[in-house]
Design a protein around this ligand. Structure first.
Ligand code: NAP
Ligand code: GDD
Length: 351
């Protein structure tokens, strides 16, 4: 039997790039779709595609495609016949979804349906992972949140992901597909998009230290999130598809912290007083906010033996170190040390 074949939508994103790296390290042939853009959008994958300027054979194959083009999705699936599909593509920014609600629904909700329907129509024998989200819990009805907690979406993004969640459940029940939802809480890394709050903070700190920026403008500092480390979460996506049972899982650390705590922790790591640099700007507030997210990941621990290694404080150090290095500053180094100690056999490139 040849190598297993995986198909990743959203391969150029934070999670997609780590997942591609993880699957390649396990011998998979990995395919992904990328959108045509006027600038290159493969920055997070370039280390897998090139040795310097030279293209390399890594087992990674990129196809042009888009979640709103079903003819393209059908064609790629028929051509590569993947054993596993990871549907990570999304307009993933909650605040932006209030500005482009229809597009967000097209990509995040109907896009998911397009792939599921292609699987059903072609009769492809494959396993399907859906990137569901803790945003589904929204205006929470239970603390902490687990697989059985009711959903109450608070944004066009979350409403679109709610449709995606249920269409996965429906296709599983109606057509017996191996399709499951990973309900992941926030997970971050040096590859996080620069307009998500953690990365905005750690990158802002590096710019302040390098005297390229005077202030950091943020929105709601009181919101609380359960923040984990992205490489650990993508490993779980794969575990879910190796599970004998087809079921949904919540993944998170079980700890929650406010945006303000993230700010305090990261500024104090580099010896700065955050109050001198952080300004609140109303343009970053959302019409409806998700105030508190905290996971109960006990099902994942009991059934699949998953528990995260990186704590909140360690995540802050890893991200600040990486952003300092990215801008040409000598990192403090504690984050790098943590990674070496906790992941001696790490499969991803440390940024
Ligand atoms: P991300 O960095 O924003 O990546 C999103 C990916 O989707 C990118 O590759 C993007 O391509 C692609 N994409 C966007 N619109 C597309 C379209 N119309 N057609 C094809 N591809 C499209 O997101 P992430 O943090 O890696 O998250 C991965 C998935 O997990 C998303 O579905 C997100 O909603 C979900 N999720 C994330 C978290 C988290 O904390 N990170 C938690 C729960 C769930 P471009 O590079 O071209 O923009
Ligand atoms: N982005 C951003 N920018 N958020 C800010 C800012 C700011 O300047 N200031 C405060 N915040 C607050 C937001 O209001 C929110 O309460 C919190 O910081 C986290 O915002 P984001 O980092 O944008 O992430 P998110 O929690 O809205 O969504 C992320 O996690 C979801 C899982 O819970 C995304 O990755 C989603 O795709 C994912 O589903």
């Amino acid at each position: 039997m040849g190598n297993k074949v995986a198909f990743i939508t959203g391969i150029t994103g934070q999670d997609g790039s780590y997942l591609a790296e993880f699957l390649l390290s396990r011998g998979y042939e990995v395919h992904g779709i990328i959108r045509r853009a006027s600038t290159f959008n493969t920055g997070r994958l370039d280390h897998l595609l090139f040795d310097g300027q030279q293209e390399k054979e890594s087992g990674l194959y990129l196809h042009y495609g888009d979640m709103i083009d079903s003819s393209n999705l059908n064609r790629v699936l028929e051509e590569i016949k993947p054993d596993e599909i990871y549907n990570l593509a999304a307009q993933s920014h909650v605040k932006v979804s209030f500005e482009v609600p229809e597009y967000t629904a097209e990509v995040d909700a109907v896009g998911t349906l397009r792939i599921l329907d292609a699987i059903k129509e072609t009769g492809l024998k494959t396993k399907f992972y859906q990137a569901s989200t803790s945003e589904l819990f929204g205006k929470i009805t239970e603390v902490p949140q687990k697989e059985t907690t009711p959903f109450y979406p608070r944004s066009p993004y979350a409403a679109a992901k709610l449709y995606a969640y249920w269409i996965v459940v429906n296709y599983r029940e109606a057509y017996n597909l191996f399709a499951c939802n990973g309900i992941l809480f926030n997970h971050e890394s040096p590859r996080r998009g620069e307009n998500f709050v953690t990365r905005k903070i750690t990158r802002g700190i590096a710019h302040i230290l390098a005297k390229k920026q005077d202030y950091l403008y943020l929105g709601n500092l009181e919101a609380k999130r359960d923040w984990g480390y992205a490489p650990e979460y993508v490993e779980f996506m794969w575990k879910m598809l190796q599970n004998c049972d087809v079921e949904d899982f919540v993944i998170g650390t079980g700890e929650t912290h406010s945006v303000k705590e993230f700010v305090e922790e990261s500024f104090s790591y580099v010896g700065l007083d955050w109050k001198k640099y952080v300004k609140v700007n109303s343009r970053y507030f959302r019409p409806t906010e998700v105030d508190l997210l905290i996971a109960d990941p006990s099902k994942a621990k009991e059934r699949l033996g998953w528990s995260p290694k990186i704590t909140f404080k360690e995540l802050v150090k890893i991200m600040v170190d990486a952003d300092m290095r990215a801008i040409g500053l000598e990192p403090i180094g504690e984050g790098d040390e943590i990674l070496k100690q906790k992941f001696p056999d790490q499969w991803w490139r440390i940024d």
